[in-house]
Design a protein around this ligand. Structure first.
Ligand code: IMP
Length: 427
């Protein structure tokens, strides 16, 4: 199948960057279809490719490290154009080829995030008090809200001075009314306009009708990789609402966020061998003891965008089954199995609800009151980072993989045993 879609199965941070990186080697187009620079896709590459240290991509698709791939920021993404220019510059400084209009295209229909959206995001969080979502503070929600309210600015506006003037006038008026009420500094139209025109000039070669480019590529039989951001349980519609992001981060967004028509494709769900979450919201299998601390340290579980410590819990087959259904993923890549070395292997197989009944299905409400029902399996003490053949994994690790497959009904096609590009076991 020429199209592959990679989706985070729980709340993001499953290691999608690494999976996309190895799939991109065999792909013509790599496309982001939702979210913005709230995402952080981490790649650990040989120094010859991108210099020393890990590479964290926020907006530029992970295919950028492959010379042959065309990377597309689709219409479903919200683009902070200043951040994008900075990210491009940083990548170029690390020796990567990033050429707008050649190997990086930006949809003219994608919406723009302004500094004002970030201020609005932070204000909204403050006003939520104890009901705060724990957003990344990047302005994602307000930018998508403006899109829905039909007052948003699109990337194509950045290269149309008159259209930009019109849309910016309305936005400044609306935001200033809000900021005046909150008693914070007002926006200055002239400096914003000048800055946006300048950044539009920089991005101009890459601003295209990306949907058209992708449909043409599809007709020509090109291989397309759709790079999900965040995860199914952060999906605006299907996630743990209201503790979600503001985009359609499950497979549904892959069509609306690119302009590709729905078509048959291979959907791969990425899931960690334990569970994590950043930000607020229900997390049934969350751990609050010393095991969480140890797992966080072993897995280096700190947000790649905000640096926040991630919340840690056991594998949750109820949630994974649900996300499998929502996303259509038939296969899973199981990441960070190596991190479980020396830990018990535990997974939730059902939830007990407040009324005492048990369910195998994910409830839409009162998730914070469910009691996960766990099964525990013996763990493994061996270091598995260098294992490349599934049969050579410790028996207990193999049993765990088999139990996940049995509980979720999804095949684990790949197991990742470390952050490095080659640390994978294909089955
Ligand atoms: P927002 O996307 O900044 O509005 O944040 C909404 C929720 O999604 C918060 O709980 C964030 O921590 C979470 N979130 C957003 N992007 C990511 C991501 O890339 N990985 C994990 N969590 C994320």
């Amino acid at each position: 199948m020429p199209t592959t879609c990679v989706i985070g199965i729980l709340w993001g941070d499953e290691g999608k960057g690494k999976v996309i990186d190895y799939l991109a080697a065999e792909t013509d187009f790599v496309v982001r279809f939702g979210g913005g620079h709230n995402a952080g896709h981490t790649l650990v590459l040989p120094p010859a490719i991108a210099g020393e240290g890990k590479l964290v991509l926020h907006l530029v698709p992970s295919g950028i490290v492959h010379a042959h791939a065309v990377n597309v920021i689709g219409n479903g993404v919200v683009v902070d154009p200043i951040h994008l220019c900075d990210e491009i510059e940083k990548l170029q400084k690390r020796g990567l080829r990033v050429e707008l209009g050649d190997n990086l295209l930006v949809s003219e229909r994608a919406h723009v995030i302004l500094g004002a959206h970030q201020r609005q995001d932070q204000l909204a969080e403050q006003s939520r008090g104890s009901g705060r979502i724990g957003t990344t503070g990047r302005g994602i929600g307000p930018a998508y809200s403006d899109r829905c309210s039909r007052i948003g600015m699109r990337v194509g506006d950045l290269v149309r001075p008159e259209a930009l003037r019109k849309v910016l006038t309305a936005l400044v008026e609306q935001k200033n009314a809000l900021f005046a009420q909150a008693g914070i500094d007002l926006l200055d139209f002239d400096s914003m306009y000048a800055e946006l025109i300048a950044v539009g000039e920089k991005l101009r070669p890459g601003i295209v009708d990306a949907g058209l480019a992708l449909r043409r590529a599809q007709s020509a039989g090109k291989r397309i990789l759709l790079e999900g951001a965040q995860g199914c349980l952060l999906d605006l519609e299907h996630g743990t609402y209201p503790f979600v992001t503001s985009s359609h981060s499950s497979t549904g967004g892959a069509f609306s966020g690119t302009g590709l028509p729905p078509h048959e494709m291979r959907t791969i769900g990425i899931v960690k061998a334990y569970a994590t979450r950043v930000g607020e919201g229900p997390f049934p299998t969350e751990l609050h003891d010393d095991t969480a601390e140890r797992l966080r340290a072993a897995g280096k579980e700190y947000g790649s965008t905000t640096g926040r410590p991630r919340r840690i819990g056991w594998f949750d087959t109820v949630a994974v089954r649900y996300s499998g259904g929502i996303s259509g993923a038939k296969e899973l890549v199981l990441t960070s199995l190596d991190v479980l070395q020396g830990f018990p292997l535990k997974m939730a197989t059902a939830y007990r609800l407040a009324d005492g009944t048990e369910t195998l299905d994910m409830p839409a409400f009162d998730l914070e009151t469910v009691e996960p029902q766990f099964v525990e399996m013996p763990g493994f003490d061996e270091n598995i980072c260098d294992v490349r053949d599934f049969d050579e994994l410790p028996q207990n690790a193999k049993n765990y993989v088999a139990a996940i497959e049995e509980q979720t009904g999804m095949r684990i096609s790949t197991v990742s045993v470390g952050p490095g590009r080659d640390q994978v076991i294909q089955r």
